[in-house]
Design a protein around this ligand. Structure first.
Ligand SMILES: Cc1cc2nc3c(=O)[nH]c(=O)nc-3n(C[C@H](O)[C@H](O)[C@H](O)COP(=O)(O)OP(=O)(O)OC[C@H]3O[C@@H](n4cnc5c(N)ncnc54)[C@H](O)[C@@H]3O)c2cc1C
Length: 218
């Protein structure tokens, strides 16, 4: 069998990271409005136009910028995954309590097998996502490599958060679609989790590369 070689990424070389003071000439930010979710948090586009920054603001060694950015993304992925565990837990709490309160055909929704099926799926996803986050966090605490564990946690927890929010809306029926209850917000907030800090496709490429030793990034 031929040996498989990981490809080097020449584009990453020569990149340095800088901490840029916001008052630097050439720096500007423009708020991005009209987001589907995360409406309590401002998001802005940052522009760096013909800026000059002193070498004293450089983070780490010259040429290490890409490595530094990727390392901080790895940690960020564990934070995003942990946030997703919170969303899934919120979906579970909301779905369980509503299913116990809401009466249909003289019985609580919780007594219908197909409603329990949805709640069981949310509950299993909550546990699985939490355990993946704990594993990644434990590797960080022990100072061991955690990048692939972070990708797995982020991929699974973010997709699970979208599934959980979707199911929670289903348990609520029509009330799930209006803002009287929180589950529509969980869906709007969950949706970005599969996108930022590396999309689900990127996490799968990272996991696939770790498993096969072949770089499928283009
Ligand atoms: C609310 C919000 C906050 C954000 N905050 C930040 C932030 O703080 N800092 C920051 O840097 N960015 C931030 N982002 C940007 C976010 O990280 C990007 O939107 C995300 O990484 C996807 O990149 P893109 O939008 O350019 O999509 P694209 O790269 O255009 O991707 C579009 C689709 O193509 C797929 N795709 C792209 N490349 C590949 C490939 N090589 N192989 C397979 N599939 C691929 C993607 O998975 C996706 O499905 C934020 C975005 C949002 C919505």
């Amino acid at each position: 069998m031929p040996a498989v070689r990981a490809h080097r990424r020449p584009r990453a070389e020569g990149v340095s990271a800088f901490l840029v003071p916001t008052e630097t000439l050439g720096f500007s930010r423009t708020e991005i409005k009209g987001k589907l979710g995360l409406r309590g948090q401002a998001t802005a586009e940052l522009a760096f136009d013909a800026m000059r920054v002193p070498a004293s603001t450089r983070l780490g060694a010259e040429g290490d910028g890409f490595k530094i950015a990727m390392h901080s993304l790895d940690k960020g992925r564990v934070s995003v995954a942990a946030g997703c565990v919170g969303i899934i837990a919120g979906c579970l709490d909301a779905a369980v309590s509503y299913s116990r309160e809401r009466q249909q055909f003289g019985r609580p929704l919780a007594s219908f097998q197909l409603v329990q099926d949805m709640i069981a799926d949310i509950s299993v996803d909550a546990d699985a996502a939490r355990l993946l986050v704990w594993r990644a966090a434990d590797l960080i605490d022990r100072g061991e490599p955690f990048g692939v564990a972070a990708s797995k946690a982020k991929y699974f927890a973010s997709e699970a958060a979208v599934r959980a929010a979707n199911l929670a809306i289903q348990v609520f029926g029509g009330y799930g679609y209006v803002d009287e209850y929180p589950v529509q917000k969980y869906m709007r907030d969950a949706r970005v989790m599969t996108l930022y800090e590396g999309t689900s496709q990127i996490q799968k490429l990272l996991v696939g590369r770790a498993e096969t030793g072949v770089n499928a990034f283009v």
